[in-house]
Design a protein around this ligand. Structure first.
Ligand code: FNR
Length: 184
């Protein structure tokens, strides 16, 4: 069965390690997946007054993309032991209105990378908690945490090529495919 998978990167910077992890996930995706990135950079900060005037185009596109996806992968950095505001903001917009949120019963998987030792664990836990609140179906495991990510790049520093990481990414996407199948 063909699967359309949406992917969100929680870092906006060009040379982001998490973007490199996102690229590796896309590269190792099963052949029957179509992976497309959801842009979160242009979302306004959540504001109920803006919402009351009707969703801005960027919010509309976010909800459409999540709503139509068979599964969503969130790739998150860790900022001060938490989730970057730009990513939390996207999840908050997507959560609205709570009664009909596109997050409800949506299969999710969470990944992340950091140069430090924890590999985005705290941030991933916060994303997991947020998704739990919204009744998303987040894959419990295998978890994908890439620690010391700066040491796992190719010589050109353009891509993640560490063997163990590549193997874990392959297992992660295969497992998420099976996770999605549980609900279809
Ligand atoms: C960080 N960084 C960081 N790393 C970590 O493992 N735990 C943390 O709590 C934090 N805190 C933190 C706060 C702020 C404001 C910044 C800017 C950074 C370091 C972070 O992991 C590093 O900058 C990564 O490179 C960010 O991910 P991208 O942009 O490379 O994907």
């Amino acid at each position: 069965t063909n699967r359309s998978i949406a992917i969100i990167c929680g870092s906006l910077r060009k040379d982001s390690y998490n973007r490199k992890l996102m690229n590796l996930i896309s590269e190792k995706a099963p052949d029957h997946w179509t992976v497309s990135e959801i842009q979160i950079e242009t979302l306004p900060f959540y504001n109920a007054d803006i919402e009351a005037e009707g969703d801005p185009e960027s919010v509309h596109m976010l909800k459409e993309a999540i709503g139509h996806a068979d599964g969503v992968i969130v790739v998150t950095p860790e900022y001060n032991s938490g989730t970057p505001a730009v990513l939390k903001n996207a999840l908050d917009w997507a959560s609205r209105p709570v009664k009909t949120t596109v997050l409800k019963q949506k299969p999710f998987a969470i990944a992340g990378a950091s140069p430090g030792g924890a590999g985005s664990a705290h941030s991933q836990n916060q994303v997991r908690q947020t998704l739990l609140t919204l009744d998303a179906y987040t894959m419990p495991g295998p978890k994908l945490l890439v620690s010391a990510v700066h040491q796992k790049l190719n010589d050109e520093q353009t891509a993640l090529n560490d063997e163990g990481t590549v193997r874990r990414v392959e297992k992660f996407v295969t497992s998420f495919d099976a996770w999605i199948n549980h609900f279809n």
